[in-house]
Design a protein around this ligand. Structure first.
Ligand SMILES: Nc1ncnc2c1ncn2[C@@H]1O[C@H](COP(=O)(O)OP(=O)(O)OP(=O)(O)O)[C@@H](O)[C@H]1O
Length: 223
């Protein structure tokens, strides 16, 4: 499997937050997206996930024969929010995701095994809202495990994690890559992975002259 971004341009409102972004990622590899606050890392991940349209360019996921695969079916997207209902228990939340993401073909870990894998055995019965910030993030990571998907798109995955959870996360991603998965993560912190490719967004935005519809090319955006 291959993930390939070509000449991507992302826009928020009247500003182009990145342009000419391109990379190729093969199975078993991870890409870390870095850059200052506001550089467009989250925007890029949302574009890759298909949650936001690209202003220009393309992102394609293809199998070994070069056939296009739908990103929505093949990718997990973990945003800043944990995507869990605070009133439901941890088990109820993860069961929902397991059914939603892989109802026809259960492919990932059981809910209990996923909770164990993020080091939180015994919290399944608790409402998600009772958990600490770091525990919530760990359960959000457990969602990646209850349905097997080859591409993980992760926005600040280790936010709120302590050192032990950081290394747990590195282990989960490493195991995912060893199974032939891919990961693209936006982060300000090292992820503890042995070998990664990096893409730096420098955070200098182009503004659109909305009146005349032309680009005010005030500065460069490099990737
Ligand atoms: N919905 C929106 N409408 C207009 N502008 C937005 C919107 N969302 C984000 N932006 C702007 O787009 C730019 C890029 O934001 P983005 O969240 O992608 O940056 P980031 O690199 O992920 O930042 P951080 O490191 O702080 O998480 C910022 O200037 C932000 O204010």
């Amino acid at each position: 499997m291959q993930a390939k971004a070509t000449n991507l341009r992302g826009r928020r409102g009247d500003s182009v937050v990145f342009s000419a972004v391109g990379f190729t990622l093969q199975s078993g590899r991870a890409l870390v997206v870095t850059g200052p606050n506001g550089a467009g890392k989250s925007t890029l991940l949302r574009v890759l996930a298909g949650l936001l349209g690209a202003d220009e360019g393309s992102f394609r996921l293809t199998d070994a024969a070069g056939i296009d695969l739908p990103v929505a079916r093949e990718a997990h997207y973990l945003g800043h929010a944990n995507a869990m209902k605070r009133e439901l228990t941890v088990t109820e939340n993860l069961s929902f995701w397991r059914n939603f993401l892989a109802a026809d073909q259960p492919s990932g870990l059981s809910v209990d095994a996923a909770i164990d894998a993020v080091g939180l055995s015994g919290v399944g019965h608790l409402p998600f809202g009772y958990l600490s910030a770091g525990q919530k993030r760990r359960i959000a990571l457990a969602r990646l495990l209850v349905a097997r998907r080859p591409l993980w798109l992760l926005d600040e995955p280790t936010a709120a994690l302590d050192a032990k959870a950081d290394s747990m996360f590195a282990g989960l991603v490493t195991a995912h890559l060893e199974r032939g998965g891919m990961a693209i993560a936006a982060t300000h912190q090292p992820l503890g992975l042995e070998s990664v490719e990096t893409l730096r967004l420098d955070g200098v935005h182009h503004a659109v002259d909305s009146e005349h519809g032309t680009w005010d090319d005030r500065s460069e955006v490099r990737a």
